[in-house]
Design a protein around this ligand. Structure first.
Ligand code: NAP
Ligand code: ZN
Ligand code: ZN
Length: 348
């Protein structure tokens, strides 16, 4: 075992602060990574504050990890010391269930091992700790190759915000000739806009923030709708093939379901704390589907990262020092993120 500096929340109502954690020595299949940057996902905040229940304290959040390989185990063939690599939301899964065999480890039937707040398979009784830390040790099967062509601070958020929006856009075959809505311009939403645009769809961004209109257009939206304006919403009725909902807080999904064309699909990736009310008539009037999607599998994540390297796509980030993480959380709650915080781990 070796010690690593980290930042943790000690309880749901406590600010994050410094802590020292133990990292395992690499097993033959492990890669030890010196972390350079870690993106700040709203899921980190939901977990730190126990909004979904089940948080084990102290919790070290962070699942948008980019760093350089420090050490590798004897069986590691995919990576060498010095390689630029990434780790997303999972660090393991059962690898034998039908979903794992299909490369959909995120839907592992016995549950994947989350990068943080999951039972640690290697240390009895311990809980996994995430990327708000100097070092992490991960099985090579869950480590991604990162391109040297992309800015590492801006590439880190691809590991969650990127794959979480990419996966449903690909699954529902978003492309040319389709009108696609993205709801909420935060970390996920701004990647959704970039990807839907890159895939050739006509993109409409829905926002509650008047101040984000010009940015949304720069990021790739063809049109921007202020979702609190009833007339603007009504003008888009029965017109969308697909809508991706990236909102982190309580909101009315029926207002968006009504905008779908016949047989249109609305997919939730946002995961608000409270259950939402769905009116039957929002669905049955146009044979609409309300769906959900969770992150993405490892192979699909690599495919997305390679697409980003080829097309020069990264996240728009504000780089912060780790000591500013609590301020960043407060700003995230006010929808004041442009459009992802990325922690420079040299500041830890
Ligand atoms: P974020 O950066 O905080 O963005 C959320 C955006 O939602 C805000 O920027 C805001 O956009 C909008 N919003 C916030 N409060 C709202 C309200 N009360 N009503 C309407 N719109 C509101 O969060 P994120 O990191 O992108 O994460 C978004 C959600 O996805 C979180 O719940 C997170 O846990 C979840 N998530 C899910 C997965 C998955 O696997 N499905 C993966 C990662 C994250 P505007 O200012 O444009 O309105
Ligand atoms: Zn996330
Ligand atoms: Zn499995």
């Amino acid at each position: 075992m070796s010690k690593s500096a980290a930042y943790a929340a000690a309880a749901a109502d406590r600010a994050l602060g410094p802590i020292t954690i133990e990292r395992r020595d690499p097993t033959p299949d492990d890669v030890q990574i010196d972390i350079l940057f870690c993106g700040v996902c709203h899921s980190d905040l939901h977990t730190a504050r126990n909004e979904w229940g089940g948080t084990v304290y102290p919790v070290v959040p962070g699942h948008e990890i980019i760093g350089r390989v420090g050490r590798v185990g004897a069986n590691v063939t995919k990576f060498r010391k010095g390689d630029l690599v990434g780790v997303g939301c999972m660090v393991d899964s059962c690898r034998t269930c039908s979903n794992c065999k299909e490369g959909l480890e995120q839907y592992c039937e016995v549950g994947n091992t989350g990068t943080y707040n999951s039972p640690d398979k290697h240390i009895a009784g311990a809980t996994t700790h995430g990327g708000y830390s100097k070092s992490v040790t991960v099985d090579q099967a869950f480590v991604l190759r990162m391109s040297e062509k992309l800015d590492p601070a801006a590439a880190a958020p691809l590991l969650c915000a990127g794959i979480t929006t990419w996966s449903p856009l690909r699954h529902w075959k978003v492309g040319p000739g389709q009108k696609v809505g993205i709801v909420g311009l935060g970390g996920l939403g701004h990647m959704g806009v970039k990807f839907a645009h890159a895939l050739g769809a006509k993109v409409v961004l829905f926002t509650t923030s008047q101040s984000k209109v010009e940015d949304a257009k720069r990021l790739g939206a063809d049109e921007v709708v202020i979702s609190t304006d009833r007339a603007q919403m009504k003008a888009h009725r029965n017109s969308f093939h697909f809508i991706l909902d990236c909102v982190s807080a309580d909101h009315d999904v029926n207002a968006y379901l009504r905008l779908l064309k016949r047989d249109g699909v609305m997919c939730l990736v946002g995961a608000p704390e409270k259950p939402m009310a769905v009116a039957a008539f929002s669905l049955l009037g146009g044979r609409h589907t309300l769906a959900g999607s969770g992150i993405g599998g490892i192979a699909e994540t690599q495919e997305m990262l390679d697409f980003c390297a080829e097309h020069g796509i990264t996240s728009d980030v504000e780089v912060i020092a780790i000591k500013d993480i609590n301020t960043a959380y407060e700003r995230m709650l006010k929808s004041d993120v442009k459009y992802r915080f990325s922690i420079d781990m040299a500041t830890l």
